[in-house]
Design a binder for this molecule. Structure first.
Ligand code: BGC
Length: 743
């Protein structure tokens, strides 16, 4: 098509002028088209979407990742439609594209925003080759329930860690310039509170008091908005009785009015129509009304906007200004992405899939994501020179697909290096490797292969078990009520233990698991999450001491599922448990009086502590924290304070440690968590080296929504801890004094 009036008008000026000029040219149907996103995953989308594109009634597609097909759709949109508006092409690029980096929960375990940023960058470069220009990531839902399968896609339980990792992911996808080749738009999801699904059952309702929502669930979204994230996606779930997709409080009051967010708000898959299924609306028309007035700009994979926005407008129920704002948000992103200048994709302008740099990024991420949970008698690292043979056992030792984890639509198992391959390569001819898969998959039952595995272990100097969950056991709609090792894995562990050989468990999983059954049956545990393409080489390097483990837990590991929700930043209660006052079930004398067990907050059969605490993670080095110091013992509102401590590597290998700063506000207008992570830093230390770790906090870092629901730091006493986990005991105290009195 030749140059139209619209082309000449919208081709000049700054982006706002171009958006306004283009909107002025558009019909209502074309505007509603921009608010429509349809699935393009089957057949030839040019056949079934072509007509919509030609008539300007489709603004974006999802689930397409093929440059030729995308270019053809763009060509139809740009050359054969009246106004020539290019398409947004969306895809779930969650943790890598063809090259897969660790699950987000694993990235969070690195406590290193560079890992998230670099991983997202690699993913953007690979995805952009296919014409994808918008990803539905990062997922920044606070996840305090490991039963919830989507904890895999999250950065765990902590608002601060999630904020830092989420913002870094946005930076990685979007870079400094959305129009640059190889950057793609990001999307903060799922707004909001999705991770608090009752019983960890995906899509279940959530009940989150406003103060908790603001103090815990919303901060990562605010951080993503501040990082310039191009879009927000609504959550599927019901939040306090109003499903998020029709929730004006969240989408209008908080996001637009309070935060001033100007990007796109997209629904989740068909979640507008589902407002009716929730019971919020009577029919699709009312669902469309509720979503559009609440502030949803784009409907994903549904037709309520297609069918009902025009009648709603004609009947005066909605205003054209709302439609213009929504369509304008979509157009603005298209301009920012440079799609009007260049709608087409040239894969050759981008690095190849699985480039050396992509694989190196994936390996570094995997290395830093693995958490060493225990290491009895320093059984790790294994010393290759001292081993004549090793048994490699288990369903996840050599599975190039399962190590990638959930949400890997485009992941290429062909690029994977499995742990077995990497161990064989690392040991070379130096040691015999006896491999027994023992179980067909992670859910299998005991069988004759268990004998074979025990024989292999018995004949070897050490046994390494690769256990955990297949990728299908976590992710969307894959929640579990029992989060122990599935199938007969615990029995396999016992069989191997009986050989008397050193036993190392490497666990690949999409969530924290209850490992109570096996902790005493193995010497060491490396928790590797689903580590992605380069999981094998990373794990092999850690097992054999080429690198030291340095990951820390981004989510609490319960002893038993009945403890859930259990997270470190809990409130104190009026009767907190102590070791003396939490008598366990087997220690209670028969006939004891009701009050004799202590009347404190705990479970008789699980105690009050988790199996492994948030922030926990061991190293081959030995880290010591001393000399905590404060720059002042009192500060005023608006001041900063520096809290520091000496960190020493008292071990004999170089390693990285994640130093963590926790704070407690002792008395507030509302009660505050017993600890909150406020800062962290990953530091490399040579043996014998001491570093003074300094963390700077401003009083706004201590602000929270208190009794009056306003964000403010409150005067009073604070405790601060610096250490290697949420159980750090090196503590100092300071006060915020009231300098506002009389103001
Ligand atoms: C998920 C989203 C995802 C979307 C598109 C939904 O089912 O909840 O996280 O981005 O599908 O695939």
């Amino acid at each position: 098509m030749s140059v139209t009036t619209a082309d000449t008008q919208h081709a000049t000026g700054d982006i706002e002028q171009r958006v306004t000029a283009l909107l002025a040219e558009m019909t209502l149907a074309e505007k509603i088209g921009q608010m429509t996103q349809l699935d393009a995953s089957h057949g030839n989308p040019a056949d079934y979407l072509g007509e919509r594109l030609r008539s300007g009634r489709l603004g974006s597609v999802l689930n397409l990742a093929d440059a030729d097909t995308v270019n053809e759709l763009q060509r139809i949109a740009v050359e054969e439609s009246r106004l020539g508006i290019p398409l947004l092409v969306a895809r779930d690029v969650i943790h890598g594209f063809a090259t897969v980096v660790p699950l987000p929960i694993g990235q969070a375990a690195s406590f290193n925003p560079d890992i998230a940023r670099d991983g997202a960058r690699v993913a953007a470069l690979e995805a952009a080759r296919t014409g994808v220009n918008w990803t539905f990531a990062p997922m920044i839902d606070i996840s305090r329930d490991p039963r919830w399968g989507r904890i895999a896609e999250s950065f765990g339980e902590d608002p601060y860690l999630t904020s830092v990792m989420g913002a870094a992911t946005v930076e990685g996808f979007q870079g400094d310039d959305l129009a640059a080749v190889g950057t793609i738009a990001a999307c903060a999801k799922h707004f909001a509170g999705y991770g608090a699904a009752e019983a960890g059952r995906d899509y279940a309702a959530t009940y989150i008091p406003e103060r908790e929502l603001r103090n815990v669930h919303l901060p990562p979204f605010k951080a993503a908005a501040d990082a310039g994230v191009a879009a927000f996606m609504t959550s599927f779930s019901d939040v306090n009785g109003v499903p998020a997709t029709g929730n004006e409080f969240l989408l209008r009051q908080v996001l637009r009015d309070e935060w001033g967010y100007e990007g796109i708000v997209v629904s989740d898959w068909d979640s507008i129509r589902q407002l009716w299924i929730h019971g919020l609306s009577e029919d699709d028309r009312e669902s469309a009304y509720l979503a559009v007035t609440a502030g949803v700009d784009v409907e994903m994979a549904g037709d309520t906007y297609i069918n009902h926005l025009e009648p709603l407008l004609n009947d005066g129920e909605i205003d054209i200004a709302r439609i213009d704002a929504a369509a304008g948000n979509v157009l603005r992103l298209k301009y920012e992405l440079g799609l009007f200048e260049n709608p087409y994709t040239d894969p050759d302008a981008l690095p190849p899939i699985g480039s050396e740099q992509a694989l190196a990024t994936a390996k570094r991420a995997a290395l830093q994501s693995v958490v060493m949970l225990q290491n009895e008698n320093s059984v790790l690292p294994l010393i290759s020179e001292e081993l004549a043979s090793v048994a490699v056992i288990g369903p996840l030792a050599d599975d190039s697909y399962e190590q990638l984890g959930t949400w890997i639509f485009d992941g290429d198992p062909g690029l994977s290096v499995t742990p077995l391959e990497a161990i064989r390569k690392l040991l070379g001819d130096g040691a015999a490797v006896r491999y027994v898969k023992a179980m067909e998959n992670s859910r299998s039952k005991a069988g004759p292969a268990f004998d074979e595995a025990a024989e292999a272990a018995g004949a070897s100097d050490a046994a390494i078990l690769f256990l955990g969950e297949e990728s299908i056991l976590s992710g969307e709609a894959h929640s579990r009520a029992d989060i122990s090792l599935p199938g007969d894995q615990a029995e396999l562990v016992r069989r191997i233990r009986a050989t008397g050989k050193p036993v190392v468990a490497v666990i690949l999983a999409g969530r924290p698991l209850t490992l109570t059954d096996i902790v005493d049956e193995v010497d060491a545990i490396l928790f590797a999450w689903h580590p992605g393409t380069m999981g094998g080489p990373a794990i092999a390097d850690l097992l054999f001491g080429i690198e030291s483990p340095s990951g820390k837990l981004p989510a609490t590991f319960p002893r038993m599922v009945g403890q859930v929700p259990i997270y470190y930043a809990q409130r104190n209660t009026g009767k907190p448990a102590t070791p003396e006052k939490a008598m366990l079930i087997d220690d209670i004398p028969v006939g004891a009086k009701q009050t004799s067990v202590g009347n404190v907050s705990y479970h008789l059969d699980a105690g009050y502590k988790p199996l492994f605490a948030f922030g926990h993670g061991l190293s081959y080095a030995e880290f010591r924290y001393d000399n905590i110091a404060l720059s002042a013992s009192e500060i005023s509102i608006g001041d900063t304070i520096i809290i520091s401590a000496d960190l020493t590597n008292a071990g004999d290998v170089a390693a990285e440690e994640v130093a963590q700063l926790y704070v407690r506000d002792l008395a507030g207008s509302t009660t505050r968590p017993v600890r909150e992570l406020k800062r962290f830093r990953r530091i490399h230390l040579e043996p014998g080296q001491t570093v003074n770790v300094r963390f700077e906090l401003h009083t706004h870092d201590l602000a929270f929504y208190g009794r009056d629901m306003k964000l403010a730091a409150e005067p009073g006493e604070f405790h601060a801890w610096i250490g290697g986990s949420s159980e750090a005991d090196l503590q100092a105290s300071f006060r915020i004094v009231d300098n506002q009195a009389g103001d």
